[in-house]
Structure formats: C-alpha cells, structure tokens
Ligand binder design. Structure first.
Ligand SMILES: *Cc1c(COP(=O)(O)O)cnc(C)c1O
Length: 217
C-alpha cells in the first residue's frame, strides 16, 4: 500500500465522518522495520512516527532527529518506570500510561527536567489479562491522579482484542474520553483505522499498511 495511499484513506475517512482531515494525525509505526523503508517514508514527507520500545527507538531516531528537527515521535508500547527518563527525553507523546506508579514517576521527572511529553492513558477495553492498559473502570481515577499532578493528559488509547470486532471497543473508548473531557483518542491500526476515525480517533497508529509486513525476528 504505502504512505500516500494510507494518508489519502485517512483524509477520506475523516471527510466521510464529517470531520476536518487535520483532526486526525497519522502515526507511521516504524517498529522493527528496515532502515531503508523508514528513510523512504521520511523522504515522502512523513514526520510523525510511532515506536513500541524505548531502546529500539533511541537507536533508530536519535541521529535522524538531528537531521529532521520537525520529527514527532510517539511511544505506543508499554513503558517500564526504569525507562521513563529515556522515554521523556526522546518522545513527544506517550500512549501507554497505565498505572499510578508510572504517573507518579512521570510527574517526578517532569519536576526534575521541566518537560513532559503529551500523555494518553491506555485502557484495556477488552479486559484481557495479558494485555497492558488499565481497566476501563479504573481509568477515571488514573486520569484524575495525572491531572492532580498537573500532567498533560491529552486522551485515551486502546488496542482492541485481536479476535473481536474493534468497533465496540472504539465506541467505548470514545464514550469514556467524552465523560472525562479528554480530546484525544489514539485508536485504529492497519486493519481498522477507517472505522476508528468514524468513531472519533484523533491519532491512528498504522504500521504494516504503510511499511509492508514487519520482518520476523
Ligand atoms: C505495532 C503496533 C501498531 C501498528 O500495527 P499495524 O497492524 O502494523 O498497523 C499500532 N499500535 C500498537 C500499539 C502497536 O504495537
């Protein structure tokens, strides 16, 4: 498929939903992709990228960031507290805030460094035991905790269960964000980003449909 086709489908999905295309940010998920594919997508003008591991992202983006100061990097994978400092140094947004300890760590690092990325609270909408994210019932308290510490909470994020229809999860996340007065909704991947946009996604995270299948290993 490639970047141009996906960017066009994002715009069209926004228009079909009666939304301005600028309301939807396309995050190109570059995890595990070969360098030449990343350079090709950069060369086509894409500047917003997503990664799910801090160390992998440091290796891939630290030097490229010097060449392209307009890069915007989003952490979309789980964050251990011992990687939080490295994460806030590299990333412009973190989509995987999912527990009080991480909120407290981010607040402490913000106090130390004076900076904090934009934050999304990850909600485990399918209540899957193996999956990251806070349960929907516990999300309001976590958002309150982050707001109480003056952290920049922008929205909610979810990864629907692989074996279920995604749309009910998108609808649920959108309703929860509306309840909490949060404008951001990080939802939708290669297989379902158009449905996510119809449900109000402000950030879609698209990997394989832009770059091709991730190489194993
Ligand atoms: C890998 C990943 C994506 C992108 O997945 P594709 O199906 O390749 O589009 C999106 N979100 C998260 C959290 C991911 O880990």
């Amino acid at each position: 498929m490639g970047l141009n086709e996906i960017a066009q489908r994002v715009r069209q999905a926004a228009e079909r939903a009666g939304r301005a295309p600028a309301e939807v940010t396309l995050i190109a998920v570059s995890k595990v992709q070969p360098e030449e594919r990343i350079d090709s997508v950069l060369g086509q003008g894409q500047r917003v990228f997503g990664e799910n591991r801090v160390q992998e992202a440091q290796g891939r983006w630290s030097a490229r960031r010097d060449v392209h100061p307009d890069l915007e990097l989003h952490l979309i994978g789980p964050l251990q507290t011992n990687k939080a400092r490295a994460a806030i140094e590299l990333f412009d947004a973190i989509h995987s805030v999912d527990r009080p300890k991480l909120v407290d760590t981010l607040a402490r690092l913000r106090d130390e460094t004076g900076a904090c990325p934009r934050l999304f609270v990850q909600v485990n909408t399918g209540a899957e035991p193996q999956k990251a994210g806070i349960l929907a019932a516990d999300a309001p308290a976590l958002v309150e905790r982050a707001r109480g510490l003056d952290l920049p909470v922008e929205g909610l994020m979810c990864i629907p269960p692989a074996d279920e229809a995604a749309e009910p999860h998108f609808a649920r996340l959108a309703a929860l964000a509306a309840d909490l007065g949060l404008p951001g909704l990080s939802m939708g991947m290669s297989a379902d980003f158009e449905a996510a946009i119809a449900h109000g996604a402000t950030h879609v995270r698209v990997g394989s449909a832009i770059f091709g299948e991730r190489q194993p290993g």
